[in-house]
Design a protein around this ligand. Structure first.
Ligand SMILES: Cc1ncc(COP(=O)(O)O)c(C=O)c1O
Length: 360
């Protein structure tokens, strides 16, 4: 036990540190390999939009000033694109910050925070840090068990996190299940629908959270510029919800939480439809290629609606992970034989498959 453990907030001490994808530089240092590919953090292999890079560069000379805390220009552009009111948006330093802000704003000790096992780990830490009681619903075939969620709702359920598509499995909650859940949950329970990978979805039976905002005032839809827009490094995410919910989240938002170059980049990225199309095409092509190659290798996978694939290796994932690292390929181990692989560029995918062939 550390000297200050008793002094710390008890909820904070419950938090298990988040383990991010292994950085390229770290592998370079540890293994002395120069040519490394990272397929571990669901970043955009096509890079950022050039329009976004230019917009950021233009702002660099102005960074002695604070950014506009309201993200005025980005807010206008996004509200227009989503066809929602401007006061229905709040921006975060990545959607990760918003997931935490939601718990800070709504959860008090003893409240229940409900989410699926085998989902994004930040839901657990958000519940822990606010003293909430985490209620984990076992996944069903790697997907959310919505009936299991409904059965576990109680008068103490304050916040529910639904991840759609789900990280790390790439599965979706169907429209029917989502609607069934929203009808079953109390109107005071906040439902956070985390749509970080929404733009990659190709199953038509996946709900678009934005279409439900007027029907369900307790719904909060979260999205990010980190994935399809390729801006993970500058940290911009947003939540859309009823203006009354937004004004409560605003109370816990630190002023200037989204920096000036990031706001400019996100606004420009929204306009760069060609970059989004290129990203989606690469993802679809890569998905088909990887499915075919994984099948040839006898590696089972869960069909995905995102930019990553959840796979079952014929050996423990940590062993496969270490062996791939030595070949300069970083993936994300999960548990037992399961791992998650981000879909890369065509050449990255080829390199991954070649390395897997050697390793297995
Ligand atoms: C499901 C999910 N939600 C939220 C995030 C957070 O993304 P960001 O903070 O970069 O917007 C991620 C990142 O990987 C994610 O997988």
């Amino acid at each position: 036990m550390g000297k200050f453990d008793n002094a710390a907030n008890r909820g904070v001490m419950k938090i298990k540190p988040y383990i991010p994808g292994k950085p390229i530089e770290e592998v370079r240092r540890e293994y002395g390999i120069k040519d490394i590919i990272k397929l571990a953090s669901n970043e955009n292999p096509m890079g950022p939009s050039k329009l976004a890079v230019r917009a950021m560069a233009k702002k660099l000379g102005e960074v002695s000033l604070y950014p506009e805390s309201s993200a005025y220009n980005l807010r206008n552009a996004l509200a227009m694109q989503l066809n929602i009111r401007k006061d229905m948006l709040v921006f975060g330093n990545g959607s990760n910050e918003l997931l935490n802000m939601l718990a800070q704003a709504f959860v008090t000790p003893g409240d229940e925070v409900v989410f699926s096992t085998l989902s994004f780990t930040v839901y657990q830490s958000a519940a822990d840090m606010t003293g909430g009681t985490a209620i984990m619903i076992p996944h069903k075939d790697f997907a959310h068990d919505i009936d299991g969620f409904i059965k576990r709702l109680s008068d103490r359920t304050k916040l529910v996190y639904l991840c759609n598509p789900n990280n790390p499995t790439g599965t979706i909650i169907s429209k029917q299940d989502f609607e069934k859940f929203m009808e079953a949950v109390k109107p005071e329970t906040i439902v956070a629908l985390d749509e970080a990978y929404f733009e990659f979805v190709d199953d038509r039976n996946c709900p678009d959270g934005m279409q439900y905002l007027s029907k369900y005032p307790n719904l909060v839809v979260l999205r990010t510029f980190s994935k399809v827009y390729g801006l993970a490094g500058v940290r911009v995410g947003y939540a859309a919800a009823d203006p009354e919910i937004i004004s409560i989240i605003e109370r816990v938002r630190a002023s200037f939480n989204v920096n000036m170059p990031a706001q400019a980049a996100a606004e420009a990225a929204l306009r760069d439809k060609a970059h989004v199309e290129k990203t989606l095409k690469n993802n679809n092509d890569g998905k088909k290629y990887l499915y075919a190659e994984l099948e040839k290798l006898g590696i089972e996978y869960v069909p995905t609606n995102a930019n990553f694939i959840f796979v079952k290796f014929p050996a423990n994932c940590n062993v496969v992970f270490e062996a791939l690292l030595k070949k300069g390929v970083i993936i994300r181990p999960q548990y037992d034989n399961y791992g998650r692989i981000t879909i890369g560029t065509a050449s990255q995918n080829k390199r991954l498959i070649a390395a897997l062939k050697q390793v297995l």
